[in-house]
Design a protein around this ligand. Sequence first.
Ligand code: FEO
Length: 392
Amino acid sequence: MAAKKLFDGIFWVGAEDWDRRLFDSLIPLPDGTSYNAYIVQGRELTVLIDAVDPSKKDIFENHLKEFPRIDLIIANHLEQDHSGLIPCVLDRFPGSRLLATPAARDLILTHLHVAPDRIRTVADGERLDLGGRTIRFIHFPWVHWPETMLSYLEEDKILFSCDLFGSHLASSELMAEDENRLDEPAKRYFAEIMMPFRKIIQKNLLVIEGLELNFIAPSHGPIHSRPAFIIDAYKKWVADRPENSVLIAWVSMHDSTAKMVNYLTEELASKGIKVMPFDLTVADLGHLAMSLVEAATIIVASPTILTGLHPLAAEAIFLVNALRPKALFAGFIGSYGWKSRALGQLQSMLDSVKFELLTPVQIKGAPRPEDLLLLSKLAADIYQKHQAAGLF
Ligand code: FEO
């Protein structure tokens, strides 16, 4: 495969990864992914913006053969899927240097073992003149590592955003021709990777909105030829206001907790609340993460096993705590046999979020009519809280 010309002097030198199904040995990739890297040529300097995953070394090196010189390598982000091959590029072009934020310097030394004299740090707002083309560096930490930055090509009005605005989608189309196709991969990507940094993105989106943009070129997924599509989506996802919905992450062993979930689902739905139940024995955690982006209330439903949470429920709580969604309320329901410490475990695991905890409903054995009344009361409580929060 050859490098692809995007515009005069601007080339895509990335790689599609059609078959990858897990990222970080954790995140499901139902649509594969891509690692986008770009060459930008000015009259005096040629730069490479980011590299690709080391698993695609052969493809990447074939691309680079088409370019007799690279003077500078810009590392917007040091995670290995973009930086792992940078030492190879530095070797291939012995006169080249690596540009990154000051916060990236230590990561470059410890992760990539690059010689210190090959690194040059760039300041926030610093401009690099390539000869007829200017790249402005915009420090944008915590999307999603501490060293991240964006590179803005001023004359062409292209923002090279690395992970930010990306989507895990392998595609033969470099440009996002069909935005509908991007809805799920982009939201899944935000939910799994960017959501913990929602507040930081919220604040920094103002910087991006101040740029004139023709294109946003991320390092995963298609290039956005209509930047408003992804910027507007991010504005909605990072906003503080959740939607009038309840996510129920549930698991059941002998059907008692399942009956509780079904009853609560019907009660909530009858009040006009959107309900998103996830059976954790079969759920795609990416879909669960996407539903966390807008849910106002999160209910964990777990039976008690060995006096504690079912491991699948514990995994879901761990995920919620790590992703730090914008939900306002959380609750716990479930059945136990003789004794349960599950609620205390849930409370101790949610140490990164500030949900208001609703009155739990834990019952012994199979649900009786009086137990179902407690679930009706929980549904009424959720309805009132959503109403008071202005979500209807
Ligand atoms: Fe695509 Fe954070 O690496």
